[in-house]
Every structure is written in structure tokens, then in C-alpha cells.
Ligand binder design. Structure first.
Ligand code: C2O
Length: 537
């Protein structure tokens, strides 16, 4: 294992997309930002220097940060923001993980443009558990707005309604050859040779959309998600929620020519979106120039293609081999039932006098002004309370419409866990306003997705459907619209760990909470002391 040094300068850059130029926040002037490479076991040092007028933090999404929660990154959960003109050195070791993850800003909506890939290669000399690909490519999926993101945020926060949808989806920063003002040569290009196999490391860095990804004329073999190997399975469509990553093998076995990669939204709630499909090209070597102009078109799945999503979710299994066993907790010490959804609270200063709020168990999370991790470590009173409810405060038909209790209560409540407990969390989508799928992300852990269903979770009958052998292990899971998902993890990482919807709009509305995990008894089971350069608020 070695130490890898990176420098992330946060700077403004002008970018031209969809016929217009606007300044955006970037790392090192790149969009998407630089790819961070490491091998399993490496120590990674990233010096983040803030050269812009906004506060910033960076989160290493999916990196477990065992005992190093100070470097996890969510603003006011684990650290104060890095203020303009200041810097912070993130310092963490990649332990027991290999695959693809992502890094992104974790304050306000800055991750719209401040994000990039994390590529974790296996330890030196350790092969992949599948035939080695000829080449690998990182594919970052995202969204592009013609307006600046601040305007988009204000729409969501002040009007208390959904934000303006993006003007296009993008692949590696570009809307692609079929977008406004583009030529057929524009956008990301993946060059392939006939007969060879490629590994695509695909990341959903979009703010507010679950995404379908397809490659015209080619099957994809899923081999890894969220930096965990899977049992390989074939599919022609991927579903990736914000915060999720998927590695696939693609065999270049078609005739020479150009084939479209496409990214389009999945949304099966009544709210209909219509952002444009983003595209890129797969480009075979030896394509004759007469074939250059033609692109093999592909039809994206319908926006509400729930069956594709369910089938995809149900096909995912941990590899669970001798080398990579699935250590699924078989018994449960802490059991939580969390309803997730959106409600409506009074807001005298809002245009409609009400505002839409996010909720977990009827609590809308209020960000503190002192980071919870510092308050926990130094015993600072008055920052948070430890009364996060393990079951919903109000009873209602989770998936029905028109319940009476639309309102939520505000609080900075956490749920406290002892070290090394086995925890089960059932995430139940609620129809407080309307049911909708939610990509829920847990910091500091991987969890096993042991069950999933449509309708209300049933304490008596649902557990009999659980897979406790080889469920998929990951850090972000899509809870189905009007349905539930059950996850299990072991609280073997002391610190403060955020859990939230990875739709930025829902997080901003308060669909979030935090776990506080106590130290274990041994020195190797304790949170390390805070670094000297930890930003102050
Ligand atoms: Cu990728 Cu708390 O987020």
C-alpha cells in the first residue's frame, strides 16, 4: 500500500453547453472533476483549497472512513465548511473496498458541478473475479441546467415546490451529439476494437434523477456495484440512482460503426419530468468514413418503466464467493421502521404560506450550526437530541393518499447505536403527499439489501421473504414508489453518520437523519482524534 497525494483547487470556470456559456464551480477547472485513483489499502491525501466565494466540503461517497469520520465531508454533520480562502487536508485509507465510487461537494447544491469518480483498483497482484477487460472507462452521468444552479435551488427552497428540471442529462459532462447546437462528432467518445471487452465504471452524479443507461446494440454484464463485486448478470438497461455506481463489462461484438450510449430519467411517481436524454458514442476502430455520419439510434425506456427497475433490483446479488463473502447479519439488535416522504409545513414567509418538507418518521431534520461529530466528541450540549424515533410518530396508511397528518415536526434528532450492533432498517415510502422513489444513502457503512416489496411492510409476513444469503451489498438503495426496502448493517464504525435521500431537493427539504455510533472498548474500535486543520465554523 502506498500514499497518494491529490490537490483539489475549487475554482470557477466558464463552460459552454446547449448553445450557452455560464461560469460553474469546478475542481481544478474540470467538469466532471478529476478521477481519484487508488488501490485497496492505500492511504489517500487530498488537499482541498477553496478559491471561490462559497463555503465548500467534499464527501468521498461510499468510502467507509473506518474510524476517520472527520474526513467524511457532509457539512455540519462531520465538519464545518472550508471557507473561502481556506483549505483542508482529507486523509483516509481505503479498507476492504475495490471498485468505483464517487466524490462530490456536500453542502447546499454544490455537487451539481463539483463531483468526480473514485477508482479503487484491487491490491497489486490481486485479479478481478472476472476476465480482465482490455480497457476501462469512467462514465459520469449528470444533469445540466442552462440557469445557474443557485436559481434552481432558490426555486426549490423558496417556492416550496419542485425545482426546475434540468435541461439535459449529460455523459462525462456533455449532452452529446444529438443535443442543441451539437454536431454528430460532439460529446464523449469511447473508442473500441472489435472482439475486445471493456469495463465501464458508471456513476450517477445527477442531482435529482434516477437514471436509465443503455448502449445501442450491446449487452452489459454487471460485475460490481458501489465498490462491491456482484454475481455477473446480463442486462440491456441499467438503473442507477444518484450516488450509486455500477461496473459493467461490454463486449465489442457488433459490426464497425458508431453506437449511441444514452442516459434518460426514471420517474414513476405522478409527477412527470421530461429532461432530455443525454448521449455519447461508442466508436469502433476501422469504421469507414461513410459510416461516420450515421448513428445507430436507441429508444430510451419509458420514463415510468417500473418493471425494468424491479427486475434490475431483483437481479442484483452479492458475489458471495470464498474470497468475497457476504457477511449478512443473521440476527438483529436494533430494528427501525422509518417512513420516508414529503410533507407540508406552515411557512409565513413563503409565497404559498406553506412549504414542502422532507420527513423521516414525521421528523424534518434541521441542520445544526455546530457539526454533530464535534458536538458528540467534545460533549457540546444543545446541538442535537438523541430521541430519533425508531418507529413513525404518527400512524397512517403509508401508501395511501390524503392522510390528515401532513405536518412534520422539526428537530436535529439522532439515533444512537452501540459499537458493533447488528441493525435492521426498514425504509417505507409514504404517500404523505404522493409516493415517490427515494435513493437512500448511508454514510460510513455498506449495508445489505435483504428485502424489498410494494405496499406496506408487514412485520409478521415480510421478513419471511428476506434474502439472508447473498443480498446485494451497497451504500445507496432505491426505495420503490409506494413500497419498502429492508437493509441490514453492523455498526462497526464509530462516529456520526448521515443518512439521507440522495435527491438533492429532498435532502434540502429535510429528508435526512444521522446515526451516532459509540466507540468500542478496544483502542482499534475508537474514532481517531480530530485533525489540527479541521475547519472551524
Ligand atoms: Cu453522496 Cu451524503 O452523499
Amino acid at each position: 500500500a502506498i500514499t497518494r497525494h491529490y490537490k483539489f483547487n475549487v475554482v470557477m470556470r466558464n463552460m459552454t453547453r446547449l448553445c450557452a456559456t455560464k461560469p460553474i464551480l469546478t475542481v481544478n477547472g474540470k467538469f466532471p472533476g478529476p478521477t481519484l485513483y487508488a488501490r485497496e489499502g492505500d492511504n489517500v491525501l487530498v488537499k482541498v483549497v477553496n478559491h471561490v466565494a462559497h463555503n465548500v466540503t467534499i464527501h468521498w461517497h461510499g468510502v467507509r472512513q473506518i474510524r476517520t469520520g472527520w474526513y467524511d465531508g457532509p457539512a455540519y454533520i462531520t465538519q464545518c465548511p472550508i471557507q473561502p480562502g481556506s483549505s483542508f487536508l482529507y486523509n483516509f485509507t481505503i479498507t476492504g473496498q475495490r471498485g468505483t465510487l464517487l466524490w462530490h461537494a456536500h453542502i447546499n447544491w454544490l455537487r451539481a458541478t463539483i463531483h468526480g469518480a473514485i477508482v479503487i483498483l484491487p491490491k497489486l497482484g490481486v485479479p478481478y473475479p472476472f476476465p480482465a477487460p482490455h480497457k476501462e472507462a469512467v462514465i459520469v452521468l449528470g444533469e445540466w441546467w442552462k440557469e445557474d444552479t443557485e436559481t434552481v435551488i432558490n426555486q426549490a427552497m423558496q417556492l416550496g415546490v419542485g425545482p426546475n428540471i434540468s435541461d439535459s442529462h449529460i455523459i462525462n459532462g456533455h449532452p452529446g451529439p444529438l443535443s442543441e447546437c451539437a454536431s454528430s462528432q460532439d460529446g464523449f467518445k469511447l473508442n473500441v476494437e472489435n472482439g475486445k471487452t471493456y469495463m465501464l465504471r458508471i456513476i450517477n452524479a445527477a442531482l435529482n434523477d434516477d437514471l436509465f443507461f443503455k448502449v445501442a446494440g450491446h449487452e452489459l454484464i454487471v460485475v460490481e456495484v458501489d465498490a462491491v463485486y456482484t454475481k455477473p448478470f446480463k442486462t440491456d438497461t441499467l438503473l442507477i440512482t444518484p450516488g450509486q455506481t455500477t461496473n459493467v463489462l461490454l463486449k465489442a461484438n457488433q459490426s464497425a460503426g458508431r453506437y449511441l450510449l444514452s442516459v434518460s430519467p426514471f420517474m414513476d411517481a405522478p409527477v412527470q419530468v421530461d429532461n432530455k436524454t443525454g448521449t455519447a458514442t461508442l466508436h469502433y476502430a476501422n469504421t469507414v468514413s461513410s459510416a461516420m455520419a450515421s448513428l445507430t439510434l436507441i429508444k430510451p425506456p419509458p420514463q415510468n418503466a417500473t418493471p425494468i427497475v424491479s427486475k434490475f433490483a431483483e437481479s442484483l446479488r452479492s458475489l458471495n464467493s470464498k474470497e468475497y463473502p457476504a457477511k449478512v447479519p443473521q440476527t438483529i439488535d436494533h430494528s427501525l421502521l422509518l417512513t420516508i416522504g414529503v410533507g407540508v409545513n406552515p411557512c409565513p414567509s413563503c409565497i404559498n404560506k406553506t412549504r414542502v418538507v422532507g420527513t423521516i418518521n414525521n421528523v424534518t431534520f434541521i441542520m445544526p450550526s455546530t457539526p454533530i461529530l464535534q458536538a458528540h466528541y467534545y460533549n457540546i450540549p444543545g446541538v442535537f437530541t438523541e430521541d430519533f424515533p425508531a418507529t413513525p410518530l404518527h400512524k397512517f396508511n403509508y401508501t395511501g393518499s390524503g392522510p390528515k397528518n401532513l405536518q412534520t415536526m422539526n428537530g436535529t434528532r439522532v439515533y444512537r447505536l452501540p459499537y458493533n450492533a447488528s441493525v435492521q432498517v426498514v425504509l417505507q415510502d409514504t404517500g404523505i403527499i404522493s409516493p415517490e422513489s427515494h435513493p437512500i444513502h448511508l454514510h460510513g457503512f455498506n449495508f445489505f439489501v435483504v428485502g424489498r416489496g410494494i405496499g406496506n411492510y408487514n412485520r409478521r409476513t415480510s421478513p419471511s421473504t428476506f434474502n439472508l444469503i447473498d443480498p446485494i451489498e451497497r451504500n445507496t438503495v432505491g426505495v420503490p414508489t409506494g413500497g419498502w426496502t429492508a437493509i441490514r448493517f453492523r455498526s462497526d464504525n464509530p462516529g456520526v453518520w448521515f443518512m439521507h435521500c440522495h435527491f438533492e431537493v429532498h435532502t434540502s427539504w429535510g429528508l435526512k437523519m444521522a446515526f451516532v455510533v459509540d466507540n468500542g472498548k478496544r483502542p482499534s474500535e475508537t474514532l481517531i482524534p480530530p485533525p489540527k486543520d479541521l475547519p472551524q465554523c
